[in-house]
Ligand binder design. Structure first.
Ligand SMILES: Cc1cc2nc3c(=O)[nH]c(=O)nc-3n(C[C@H](O)[C@H](O)[C@H](O)COP(=O)(O)OP(=O)(O)OC[C@H]3O[C@@H](n4cnc5c(N)ncnc54)[C@H](O)[C@@H]3O)c2cc1C
Length: 484
């Protein structure tokens, strides 16, 4: 049995962290590998997305596209079919089933035996210090425990939504404001007999509106956003969309957001005449999106984020047909009103909240009286605005740096972080939605599973190659006595 033990600390045990861990555990290692999975909230291998227990919360990607392994496309489908034989590749299954699946993938990987072990630590990672540029790293947890690691993977996931900008933000301290609708139990006390304001009209709003409408609601929900765009439904039938309808001229067009948009629209119009659904074209963009994104200069990326992103989001991140029908039913009967415009002010007034809202195209604000205000704007996407101790410290100490747009951290193509002085980090890797700046597509499983596999493969290679230097470094007195 080899006597050198290497330690990889994976911070975050949602899909991304769980899958990096599973890949590492499934590989053959020459020396002992200890993977420590640190997670601050909820059960491991679920995260916010798959931690729900409500069967009504279904995946927004069909089962045939949700395998955790890029090379085994039907891996998830087979898992579900063992429970529900009628499931097809086009079925939208409950998100909790997906959580069960991830937990089983991780469990199986941990049971494999061999030279790799898994330790789960329920705690929050607060800071990372490097003993030297090449490591090891000391990962300090909220409890005060320090874990020494040869490599650290940041899999920190989606951040709490930030407060929408208002001239006077004091309302955000109010007990009538819900900043994070995914906090367990937080929707339970929302009055059913008084109107409620939902800020944001995307996927989070849709889930929250349907949740609130379950228990005999008698007062309307009002959802607002600048453009009032809401998610579009997936097609109703059988198989997931194919990738065979890429606009032929797309990768050759001038690298501007508008030129790409025009090429896609042209192709959609042309194919629609032949009876092809627009969703096929949007799905076909998936394999080339990273290439298109990387080709755009930063000012074009910024333009895309400012002007086109809301349109991209509703076409690209679609909703399961049954869920969409339930949501549409709420709109049709007026139980959910979706409005476009700007929030001017929000204030507590006695038992109510008074909201001044200026509808799009109008100069004068309307007043809405509601019982609660729920932030449904989705995860905060600007790393420079985050109030997260770990990210703030890692960036302040130059171990990683934000990408040019601030929507994530800068990485190499094989997902090593880039340090403040532009070097490839020997210690820190990144997986998950903070890869948006680098790849744009870094939200859903079909991309995240590739990132997890890429990061794990590179870590494995590096750890195997590092054994001789590890032996030298592990001579007595070289490693600090903080090893957990
Ligand atoms: C409600 C919802 C539904 C979704 N549905 C789908 C879907 O159907 N299909 C799809 O493909 N995608 C879906 N997504 C997208 C989703 O982002 C990804 O599929 C995936 O779940 C992201 O996983 P993650 O591990 O990167 O992040 P997360 O799931 O957010 O996990 C990050 C984990 O890191 C932990 N953490 C963070 N900071 C620290 C720290 N300092 N110390 C310790 N632990 C820390 C958190 O507690 C959390 O457990 C959905 C997202 C949401 C929010």
């Amino acid at each position: 049995m080899p006597d050198e033990t290497r330690t990889v600390v994976v911070i975050g045990a949602g899909f991304s962290g769980a899958m990096v861990t599973a890949h590492l555990l499934r590989r053959e290692h020459t020396a002992l590998l200890r993977v420590v999975l640190v997670n601050k909230s909820g059960p491991i291998a679920r995260g916010v997305a798959y931690g729900t227990r409500q069967s009504r919360h279904v995946l927004n990607v069909p089962a045939g596209r949700m395998s955790a392994f890029p090379a085994e496309e039907d891996h998830f489908l087979r898992f579900v079919q063992a429970r529900e034989p009628d499931t097809t590749g086009g079925t939208f299954v409950p998100r909790s089933t997906y959580g069960d699946y991830l937990a089983s993938v991780l469990h199986e990987a941990a049971q494999r035996g061999g030279h790799a072990t898994l330790t789960h630590v329920q705690d929050e990672a607060r800071r990372i210090d490097l003993v030297s540029e090449d490591g090891p790293a000391l990962v300090t947890l909220a409890s005060g425990r320090i874990i020494t690691a040869d490599r650290v993977v940041l899999a920190l996931g989606n951040y709490t939504p930030s407060n929408p900008p208002l001239a006077d933000g004091s309302f955000y301290e109010s007990a009538r404001y819900i900043r994070d609708p995914w906090t367990p139990g937080v929707l339970q006390d929302v009055p059913a007999d008084r109107p409620v304001l939902l800020i944001g009209t995307g996927l989070t709003m849709l889930d929250v509106a349907l949740d609130l409408s379950q228990g005999g609601r008698t007062a309307p929900l009002v959802a607002v956003s600048r453009r009032g765009l809401t998610p579009l439904p997936h097609r109703d039938h059988g198989s997931p969309p194919s990738y065979g309808h890429l606009p032929p001229d797309l990768v050759a067009v001038e690298p501007t957001a508008v030129a790409c948009l025009r090429a896609v629209r042209r192709h959609v119009r042309m194919l629609e005449r032949a009876g092809v659904d627009w969703r096929e074209v949007v799905a076909s963009l998936r394999p080339v999106t990273v290439r298109l994104w990387k080709a755009l200069p930063n000012r074009e990326k910024a333009r895309f984020l400012r002007h086109l992103r809301p349109y991209w989001d509703v076409h690209r991140h679609r909703v399961a047909p049954d869920l969409w029908r339930a949501y549409d039913g709420l709109r049709q009967c007026g139980d959910l009103q979706v409005r476009a415009g700007r929030l001017v002010s929000i204030t507590d007034v006695g038992e109510d909240v008074s909201v001044a809202f200026r509808p799009r195209g109008r100069r004068v604000a309307d007043e809405l009286r509601v019982a609660r205000v729920i932030n449904c704007t989705g995860p905060e996407g600007d790393v420079r605005a985050l109030q997260d101790p770990l990210i703030n410290q890692v960036v302040a100490d130059g171990l990683a740096r934000p990408d040019a747009l601030g929507i994530g951290l800068q990485v190499t193509d094989d997902l090593a972080c880039i340090t403040a002085d532009g070097r490839r980090s020997s210690v820190l890797s990144l997986v998950g939605p903070l890869l948006k700046g680098a790849f744009w597509e870094a939200t859903a499983v079909p991309e995240l599973r590739v990132h997890a596999a890429t990061a794990a493969a590179r870590l494995h290679r590096e750890l195997e190659a590092s054994l001789p230097s590890l032996r030298r470094r592990r001579e007595p007195g070289v490693v600090p006595s903080l090893r957990a």
